[in-house]
Design a binder for this molecule. Structure first.
Ligand code: DCP
Ligand code: MG
Ligand code: MN
Length: 340
């Protein structure tokens, strides 16, 4: 997945990836212990197939290729899809609880276990939850429900840019012009619309204050009316999750603010740009090279025994994003190329 898309054809295997998408979604809504792992395997398989340079008409084309996520079980499904256009697992209709659980899981802070629990208690729609049973929900879920309609809408790219600009102006007024502010996540990857607004802030010499700079900024943005509700409680240090509104009559949007140390800015930019699948591949790549990558930096000389880290290693990059690619021996990929 470290190949630029310009040298990659478009998805030649939609006939297969569409069916696998259905199965992936089933696993995402499942409460089985292995469901998370399986959903991830499907995501990897789907990404690998999308990039596969030829149209697959026989499963033999994939044998011995060892594509990510494609083990014997998925190979058997692909075989069936090649032969019949679908596979048993995908053509059986979804169980009755599935669409209900899927709807509940769209609420921030609700996973499959909670969603299934509500289903078993007899709730079928988000309106059922809203009616008179609010004691069911914790504070975060309650806030998410309050803005349910708005939060299900995609955010136009333009609006993400406007919010980031407002945050930048406020932060630079508070902490000076050397404060850096970046719009991250799918926005930085070039998406036309985003699921939420992700912002990184950093400062070469963070002001020493009684409360953290991020907490100060959040208070300021609340008084301006940009931030309208919290999803995290208490004093914020490094990460804030909440709800914002670009103007009084605009829709409510999910916003994440991250305050990072200046010498970790590159690693944080890399992490918060994503995608999450791209991050996982990059971490795995580092791991294979005896290194370790996280949002704080790239570490070399990591000693692992049976996969367990015995030491943290030495940090060899962190402040600069491009340097992390360089030290890993991967050609730099611009954010738009990290959608895998
Ligand atoms: N991230 C990650 N692993 C996770 C969650 C997040 O690596 N489990 C990183 C990669 C994401 C970034 O954080 O790209 C931002 O997370 P979002 O959930 O906001 O995802 P995106 O911005 O990529 O997509 P969306 O448009 O849905 O917000
Ligand atoms: Mg996002
Ligand atoms: Mn986010």
């Amino acid at each position: 997945c470290f190949t630029p898309s310009s040298s990659r054809p478009s998805n030649l295997n939609k006939h297969i990836t569409d069916v696998l998408e259905t199965l992936k979604t089933r696993h995402e809504h499942s409460t089985e212990e292995t469901a998370k792992f399986r959903a991830l395997q499907y995501r990897k398989a789907i990404n690998a197939l999308k990039r596969f340079p030829e149209k697959i008409v026989k499963v033999e084309q994939l044998k011995k290729k060892h594509l990510p996520g494609i083990g014997d079980k998925i190979l058997a499904k692909i075989d069936q899809i090649c032969k019949t256009g679908t596979c048993d697992a995908a053509s059986t209709s979804a169980p009755e609880w599935e669409p209900v659980v899927a709807e509940f899981m769209k609420l921030h802070g609700v996973g499959p276990t909670t969603a299934k629990h509500w289903y078993h208690q007899g709730y079928r729609t988000v309106d059922d939850l809203r009616q008179d049973r609010l004691h069911l929900l914790n504070a975060t879920q309650h806030t998410a429900l309050k803005y349910w309609g708005d939060l299900n809408e995609r955010i136009p790219r333009l609006e993400v840019g406007q919010v980031a600009k407002l945050v930048q102006v406020a932060a630079q007024l508070l902490f000076g012009p050397e404060t850096s502010v970046f719009a991250m996540g799918s926005f930085r990857r070039g998406a036309a619309d985003c699921g939420d607004i992700d912002i990184i802030l950093s400062h070469p010499k963070p002001p020493k204050m009684a409360v953290s700079p991020l907490h100060t900024l959040v208070a300021q943005l609340k008084s301006q009316g940009l931030l309208i509700d919290d999803l995290t409680a208490g004093h914020v240090h490094e990460k804030y999750m909440g709800i914002c509104r670009v103007a009084p009559t605009a829709r409510a949007r999910r916003i994440d603010l991250l305050w990072v140390p200046h010498d970790e800015l590159g690693a944080s930019l890399l992490y918060f740009t994503g995608s999450d699948v791209f991050n996982r591949s990059m971490r795995l790549y580092a791991h294979r090279k005896g290194m370790s990558l996280n949002q704080h930096g790239l570490f070399a000389n990591v000693v692992r025994v049976k996969g367990q880290k015995l030491n943290e290693g030495t940090r060899i990059a962190g402040a600069d994003e491009a340097e992390i690619f360089e030290k890993l021996g991967i050609p730099y990929l611009p954010p738009e190329e990290r959608n895998a």
